[in-house]
Design a protein around this ligand. Structure first.
Ligand code: RP5
Length: 174
């Protein structure tokens, strides 16, 4: 498999494998959302991170989605905080699967973003993960699991990742 690229911004350059879009509503979301890119990179999966706000830069979102499939994207992870609608609006504008990561940052500590992201009416799905870093990591791992179907090498990497997580758990509490 070609070495994974992790890109920030829209400048084109790619390795040719499946590609994941990582959208975030603000640059202030990067600290959390970079964990999605880090995780995908561990599996050799290319990603592109973009700051796209559903309410502040709706045209940027439309432009990204208009070419996403042609550019090789197979799934999108969208992270946003507050009255988070980025994942839902993204899902409304594409047939690609969209995973939502609710982010904390307001006085409601992410509960606002969680409910905004998870409560999509039937018909336009957003697969919603946990609030914050766990959600960013697990969104990436869920995509890895989907892509691993029929890909023996990726399945092996996923099994090794799980084994490593198990090895990190101490046998005793002290
Ligand atoms: C949301 O509002 C963003 O996703 C971010 O989590 C939050 C705050 O954004 P900034 O005020 O830091 O740009 O749209």
């Amino acid at each position: 498999m070609a070495k994974a690229k992790r890109r920030s911004g829209s400048k084109e350059a790619r390795t040719g494998g499946p590609r994941i879009g990582i959208l975030m509503g603000s640059r202030s979301d990067l600290e959390v959302m970079k964990h999605a890119a880090d995780t995908l990179e561990q599996f050799g999966i290319e990603s592109e991170m973009r700051v796209i706000s559903a309410h502040r830069t709706p045209e940027r979102l439309r432009a990204f989605l208009a070419t996403a499939e042609d550019r090789g994207f197979v799934a999108i992870i969208a992270g946003a905080g507050a009255a988070a609608h980025l994942a839902g609006v993204t899902a409304a504008g594409t047939l690609l699967p969209v995973l939502g990561v609710p982010l904390s940052g307001t006085s409601l500590n992410g509960m606002d973003a969680l409910l905004s992201t998870v409560q999509m009416p039937a018909g336009i799905p957003v697969g919603t993960l946990a609030i914050g870093r766990a959600g960013a990591v697990n969104a990436a791992l869920l995509i890895v699991a989907f892509l691993a179907g029929g890909d023996a090498a990726l399945t092996k990497k996923l099994a090794a990742y799980r084994a490593q997580r198990a090895a990190e758990v101490p046998d005793g509490p002290l």
